[in-house]
Design a binder for this molecule. Structure first.
Ligand code: ZN
Length: 190
């Protein structure tokens, strides 16, 4: 029997950026993709993290949406830090470093000529309060609202694409609760 390709080891190497380019091309060019690829991928991810909350989706290099045993779905860092309900922009619970001045901006550009102009752009770095990983960087006009990068329709992914609906599926999961969260903060400081 020929060996399964890509194997879980191949997928793990792919995720870690260690898979040789030739093998990546082979995966891309497969005429029929392995139908259980997503499940293998999730299994590989789950083995890589030091906690056992069930990973529903990876949303950036070290950020995951996970299912908690108490019924919640939250954003969690690879280090274990929990950013709370995934329907609320996780950036509100992160540390933020804002680069506004010419010196602060130029610090991260190799050449000043490439850097955006002070006053027109600010660069926001969103950092995990526990492990200090920079999870996201925004370059936006000053005062531009915090960007909510992804609110995936997880139930549709599991029901319609993976054909295995989640036991706790509900229309409520598809709501953006970010504004409600900000309102509650505002009310609590009054
Ligand atoms: Zn972390």
């Amino acid at each position: 029997m020929s060996e399964e390709f890509p194997s879980k080891k191949d997928l793990a190497d792919l995720i870690d950026g260690k898979l040789p380019w030739e093998k990546i091309l082979e995966i891309i060019r497969m005429p029929i993709k392995d139908p259980d690829r997503m499940w293998k991928y999730l299994e590989v991810l789950q083995r890589k993290v030091p906690w056992d909350d069930k990973i529903l989706l990876k949303i950036s290099d070290k950020l995951y949406i996970v299912s908690k045993k108490d019924g919640g779905r939250i954003v969690k860092c690879e280090c274990g830090y929990e950013f709370g309900d995934y329907r609320i922009n996780w950036k509100f619970k992160s540390l933020v470093r804002v680069r506004k001045t010419k010196d602060e901006i130029n610090e991260i550009y190799p050449d000043e000529i490439l850097a955006p102009e002070e006053g027109w752009v600010e660069i926001r770095e969103y950092i995990c309060p526990n492990c200090a990983t920079i999870h996201s960087v925004e370059a936006v006009a000053p005062k531009y609202p915090v960007v909510f990068e992804v609110l995936p329709h997880i139930d549709s992914l599991y029901r319609e694409i993976l054909k295995k609906p989640l036991p706790d599926e509900s229309e409520d999961w598809n709501k953006d609760l970010s504004i409600d969260y900000l309102r509650s903060l505002l009310n609590s400081t009054r």
